[in-house]
Design a protein around this ligand. Structure first.
Ligand code: FES
Length: 651
């Protein structure tokens, strides 16, 4: 890089882009010429403050540049004004007004980068760049004149082309309704929202830098929403609510059955879930101190049945083979079509479904966990009424759904309940005395510790069920075939006869909580279905081990991987490679909200996912039968947690 007379040299960091410009060029203009990622909403008017830069002082020998703050013109009046109104750190300048008069190395801080990293998953080294689908542009529009009779819209489009290089834009009808008033109220200065570089979806008088979005994860039990600032990527508020469809059926299939038995009732289910989304929208906006009308963009993930019901599509076809989706493509809609109380120009992006049993929630998990970005073979498991399973790496990805039933959600278990305060989630059983101790959700103390007194215990949630059965096997209460040993009744009053079988009393109560022989059977059936689904995908991929296992969803967040492996629910793997990823589907929705590139990525990845239908695979049945025992021959770890601890102690 060399400069001729009257030119200055500049290098931008961290991109390293550099060039020579005529002395007096603004930093923003130089950045634009070099395609440096330096943000701007106000178009260089010194209003938005997005273009802030820092001069990197000193001698940069590699670049051959000696950079000084004095190589910019002194602080300008608009910068002084911005500093007094909104604050500007002493080392910061506004790139749009700082003109270069000498050689410079310019640091662009992360908050001034339009495409800054917004979601980092530390353990996975997953970085997501902000690449907003909605952008705000502040423009000055020419006033109408008799001599040149053009429309307000024509002059707005002209200004957007001139100042921002935006051409061929379409315009929503409601924008036209607002445009005349906005132009005159703003004294011919307006801010517009441009969606996906193609359509003007909102207009406001004067300057505005507020654009919000909401990422929704519609689960069959809970609905969660995250309100995000589309300009900065920041999460401003999060909220959740029970899915009100629960009154039509506890689990997915009972809701489909309700629709089948009550013609036209899908409209009712659609209405209540949309009301829930609307209520969450209002709650999120109020929590963050904004209005629902400030929301310009929404993304939605959900399992196939939730996906159909939110969209107002009949889910009946998903209730039986061949589980035909109305559509598996991603959808771009107007928020008004879903009755959401947001800005009239707000758009909705619905992530694609993968198959009739593997929905947009799994697409969200893929976007969040990115198995396609790695050579390592990943197994992603999202357990609900069905387990949605994804296996593979950058070469191939397979997906299947396994009919685990609702046992892991605490249903079909005599003392089972949903994961909620009062539910037992952790269990340990002393192998000598057969006495249990346990912990309930939202209480730190174990049941045998001070501080537990007075804790309300109401039932056992999915993770608690898994732990208690694994601990019963480890303590010898239950055989590997899953039979509760009645002979132990002589040793412990906790083993009780119940008809021709036996139960294990976990808590004296009230309420009295006992694990029955049938409960153990339900857990065995559920875990065998999950194990068989995993094994089937491993067969198809031709692998006998996986490099990493990620357990998603509320269930995955509570489950202890050691116990899950001890039961044979998931394939044998190094425990360190097994992790919970929380609400990965919701994270995927958030990534899609903030990144246009991520939407293209998930659409491309989902297109090449190979769907494996467990219902028609004979090997699924074989694996299922083989996986009934504990630990299973379907790949379960032969060492229970307790035995491993004992072995470690002996070693
Ligand atoms: S571009 Fe808006 S203040 Fe510089």
């Amino acid at each position: 890089m060399s400069a001729t007379a009257g030119e200055v040299r500049v290098a931008f960091m961290p991109s390293g882009k550099r060039g020579s410009f005529a002395a007096g060029t603004s930093v923003l203009d130089a950045a634009r010429a070099l395609a440096v990622d330096l943000d701007s909403i106000c178009g260089g008017r010194g209003i938005c403050g997005r273009c802030q830069i820092v001069v990197s002082e000193g001698s940069h020998t590699k670049l051959g540049i000696t950079s000084r703050a004095g190589h910019l013109i002194p602080l300008t009046a608009p910068e002084e004004l911005y500093r007094s109104r909104r604050g500007l750190a002493p080392d910061r300048r506004l790139g749009c007004h700082a003109r270069m008069v000498g050689d410079l190395v310019i640091d662009v801080p992360p908050e001034s980068q339009l495409h800054r990293q917004v979601i980092r998953k530390d353990a996975e080294e997953r970085e997501i760049e902000l690449d907003p689908v909605v952008r705000l542009h502040h423009v000055q529009v020419e006033q109408p004149a008799l001599a040149s009779p053009t429309s307000d819209l024509a002059r707005l489009l002209d200004a957007l082309g001139r100042e921002w290089g935006l051409t061929g834009l379409a315009c929503d009808l409601h924008v036209l309704r607002d445009l005349q008033g906005a132009l005159r109220e703003g004294d011919w200065m307006v801010t517009v929202a441009v969606h996906d570089g193609t359509t003007i979806t909102a207009v406001w008088p004067g300057f505005r830098d507020l654009a919000l979005g909401i990422a929704f994860d519609v689960g069959s039990t809970t609905v969660a929403g995250h309100l995000c600032d589309l300009v900065t990527g920041e999460v401003l508020a999060s909220a959740g609510a029970m899915n009100p469809q629960i009154r039509f059926g506890e689990d997915l299939m009972s809701r489909v059955a309700y629709v089948m038995m009550h013609r036209g009732s899908e409209a009712q289910l659609t209405r209540v879930v949309r009301e829930c989304l609307s209520a969450l929208t209002r709650e999120l906006a109020e929590t963050a101190g904004f209005e629902p009308a400030d929301v310009l963009e929404i993304t939605i993930v959900g399992n196939p049945i939730m996906h159909h019901l939110v969209l107002g599509l009949d889910p009946t076809e998903l209730g039986g083979a061949p589980f035909a989706l109305a559509t598996n493509a991603s959808l771009r809609l107007r928020a008004a079509e879903l009755d959401l109380p947001v800005h009239a120009g707000a758009r909705v992006y619905v992530l694609p479904c993968i198959a009739g049993h593997v929905g947009a929630d799994t697409a969200g998990v893929i976007l969040s966990e990115a198995p396609q970005a790695s050579d390592a073979v990943s197994l992603l498991v999202d357990v609900g009424t069905n387990a949605e399973i994804v296996l593979g790496n950058r070469d191939r990805l397979l997906a299947a759904s396994s009919p685990t039933g609702p046992a892991f959600e605490g249903a079909q278990i005599s003392c089972g309940q949903r994961a909620a305060p009062g539910a037992i989630e952790r269990v340990r059983i002393d192998p000598e005395t057969l006495e249990p101790r346990f912990r309930v959700i939202e209480t730190r103390a174990w049941s045998n510790e001070p501080g537990f007194e007075g804790t309300q215990v109401s039932g056992v949630c999915g993770s608690g069920i898994i732990e208690v059965v694994a601990e019963m096997v480890a303590a010898g209460i239950c055989s590997r075939e899953g039979v509760i040993d009645g002979s132990l009744a002589a040793r412990s009053a906790r083993i009780e006869p119940e008809g021709r079988t036996f139960s294990y009393v976990l808590a004296e109560g009230p309420p009295r909580l006992a694990i029955t022989q049938n409960d153990v059977r339900q857990v065995q059936l559920a875990k065998a279905a999950l194990a068989a689904g995993c094994r089937l995908l491993m067969d198809h991929l031709g692998v006998d081990h996986v490099d990493r296992i990620r357990l998603a969803g509320a269930f995955g967040a509570h489950i202890d991987p050691a116990h899950a492996m001890a039961l044979g629910m998931i394939p044998r793997a190094d425990l360190a490679s097994v992790g919970s990823v929380g609400n990965a589907a919701g994270t995927g929705a958030r990534i899609a909200l903030l990144s246009r590139a991520a939407r293209a990525e998930v659409e491309e990845v989902v297109r090449r996912v190979e769907k494996i239908e467990t219902a028609i695979e004979p090997r699924f049945q074989e694996h299922f039968v083989a996986a009934i025992g504990i630990p299973s021959s379907a790949g379960g770890d032969s060492a229970t947690p307790r035995r491993r601890r004992r072995e470690r102690r002996m070693a």
